[in-house]
Write a protein that binds this ligand. Sequence first.
Ligand SMILES: [Zn+2]
Length: 384
Amino acid sequence: MPKVIDLSETGKSGLVNLGNTCYMNSVIQALRCTMPLTTYLLNSTDGNNMTQFDSSFAKDKKFRLECDPLVNTFLHHWVSLLVGMWEDNSVVRPKTVRTLVGIFHPPFSGSGQQDAHECLTMILDKLDQELKLNVNIKLNEHIQSELDKRLMKSNEAYQSFLNHDGYSVVKKMFYGQFETCCLCLKCKTKKYSYDAFSYLSLSIPDGNSGKTLYDCLTNYIEVEQLVKDNKYSCGKCGHKTKAVKQISLWKLPEILIIQLKRFDVRLNKINKFVHFPLVANLTKYVFHPNSSINAGLAGATKEENPLQINGLQIYNLYAVIEHSGSLIGGHYTSKCKMPDDKWYKFVDSRRPEEITVNQITSKNSYILFYQMHQHSLQQWNKFK
Ligand SMILES: [Zn+2]
């Protein structure tokens, strides 16, 4: 008999600390509350808003991934961990996942303090590798304007990235792209390049006044002068020249991970309060593609190009990883929104405590997890 579980009733599960592994526990909590990914891994259907799942089905490994424990070792144990955490309200020992994390990255096998962000990127990379499909994407588009060239170049860069690195549900959900523009001040040539990213690492601007996430983003995309030792090698005029460089967010992913850089170059902790909204409007930080090329890519007419109709880039916060204390004697915890629409604080094996929305932000907030708002997402899926 299938055992169907209502996720709004379950999942308030803690994780045993296996020797300074709070960094890993906080990452597991935030990632397993990334519902599009969890839904994909546990559900046999494509439903995007999973409210329940059949745990015997997932346990039988008959879910659609047909996860082979010998080939997809990490994925197999990750899914078992998800089932363990979601099928009840309990305390789970993430022993095998911990062992594997230590095998993939030996510093994680000891009992020293580690960086949660490093652990997060490692787990995502591992899931990406084990879920990936090889693809061979080719593009044929008609170039019209200068903007078309940039759109074309960004698409080519993204496709060559996928062709080289493989495509997976992790790439689909977590990867965006930024554009770097360098302007040579000698010959005035602009060079555009495009890179994929799976998270944004934002410095916290100096100053005593309270900072917001928007201040950090503004700082991130600020124009940089390439002068003195940092001059630019211009491919056009062939000189080492003074130049200006600007990064823009070209495309944002469905799941946007933001790391607030709380450790400076000397690894001192920056304890500044950064205010971040529950609902973030990132529209003004994102380049708006509005040329015929993108409409063609989406298989849509120009009129249907979603970013022309609705250029809003709205994101909902659903998880935060916090770091309290110093680099040597610190502690990681997480705060996540659960399918019952309530926020909980997770501290290792402790019973998760319900918190109010006013208790989400603190000076310890370190990694933020945002999901693209459903309306933006529908437009986005049409676009992709
Ligand atoms: Zn030049």
